[in-house]
Design a binder for this molecule. Structure first.
Ligand code: HEC
Length: 221
C-alpha cells in the first residue's frame, strides 16, 4: 500500500504556476528592509553630545597632560614653570658683598666711619631704629646735616644707592635689603632683618625722588 503520487502535498506546491511564484517572491522582496535605511544620519542630539565630549577631552588633555612629559607625577604641575630650584642666598653673605663693594669706602670695615666726615653705623640710632627711615636713607641718600650718636655730620652727602633715578649704584631691592640686614647684624648692632618686600614697598611708594634731609626723615614713623 503505497500513497498515490498525486496525494503528496509537495506536489500541490510544485503545481503553482511560474507567475504565482514570481508574484510571491516579489511580495517577499517588497518586505525586505530598504538597504539605504541602515545609513540613517546620526541623531542631532547625539552629535552634540559627542562634540561636547571631544571638546571636553581636548580641554582636559590640554590642561592635565603635562605636555605628555613621562616624568610628570603631579598633574597640576607645569613642566616648564614648575619647581625650579632657587638657590637660597644668605642675606648676610650677599649683604657683606655689597658692603665691601660700596659702603666700606666711607663707613669703614669697622663700621665706625671717619670722624668729621662719615658717620658710624656701629651703634647708630638710624641703623638700629626705624625701618622706614633706614631703608629711605640707603635707597635715596641723604643731604645736609645729619646727627648720629650726638655728632652732626655735614661734610658729605650719603649717596643714592637704590634702583632709582640719579642713583650712583642702582642696587636691586634684594641687595639693599641684604646690606641693611648685614649692617644691623655687625659691630654689635642687633636689629631685625630687612626684607626685599619692605624695600620694594617703599620704592614703589616714593618712586623717583631726591635725597632726604634729616627733617623729612624724622617725620617718618
Ligand atoms: C661716599 C661715601 C658714602 C658711601 C659710599 C656710603 N655712605 Fe652712608 N653715609 C655717608 C655720609 C656722608 C652720611 C651722612 C649724610 C649726611 O650727613 O647728610 C651717611 C649716612 C649713612 C647712614 C645714616 C647715618 C648713620 O651713620 O647711621 C646710614 C645708615 C648709611 N649711611 C648707610 C650706608 C650704607 C649701607 C652704604 C652702602 C650701601 C653707605 N652708607 C654708603 C657716606 C657714605
Amino acid at each position: 500500500m503505497s500513497t498515490p503520487a498525486n496525494q503528496d502535498p509537495r506536489l500541490d506546491q510544485a503545481a503553482a504556476s511560474d507567475e504565482s511564484l514570481l508574484a510571491a517572491h516579489e511580495k517577499l522582496l517588497g518586505k525586505q528592509p530598504d538597504e539605504k535605511a541602515r545609513y540613517k544620519l546620526l541623531p542631532l542630539n547625539l552629535l552634540f553630545v559627542f562634540s561636547g565630549l571631544i571638546f571636553f577631552a581636548g580641554t582636559y588633555l590640554n590642561r592635565y597632560s603635562g605636555n605628555f612629559d613621562p616624568h610628570i607625577f603631579n598633574e597640576n604641575a607645569h613642566p616648564t614653570t614648575g619647581e625650579v630650584a632657587v638657590a637660597k642666598v644668605d642675606p648676610l653673605v650677599l649683604g657683606k658683598k655689597q658692603y665691601d663693594a660700596i659702603c666700606i669706602t666711607c663707613h669703614q670695615a669697622t663700621g665706625m666711619g671717619l670722624p668729621g666726615a662719615f658717620p658710624p653705623l656701629a651703634g647708630s640710632e638710624w641703623v638700629n631704629g626705624s625701618d622706614e627711615r633706614l631703608i629711605r636713607i640707603v635707597v635715596y641718600g641723604v643731604t645736609g646735616p645729619l646727627t648720629v650718636k650726638g655728632t652732626t655730620y655735614a661734610a658729605a652727602p650719603m649717596p643714592t644707592v637704590g634702583k632709582v633715578a640719579g642713583s650712583a649704584y642702582n642696587l636691586s631691592d634684594d641687595k639693599v635689603a641684604a646690606v641693611l640686614t648685614y649692617i644691623r647684624h655687625e659691630w654689635g648692632n642687633n636689629g631685625p632683618a630687612i626684607t626685599t618686600e619692605q624695600v620694594a614697598a617703599i620704592r614703589g611708594k616714593e618712586g623717583d625722588r631726591k635725597p632726604y634731609v634729616q627733617e623729612e626723615l624724622l617725620k617718618l614713623p
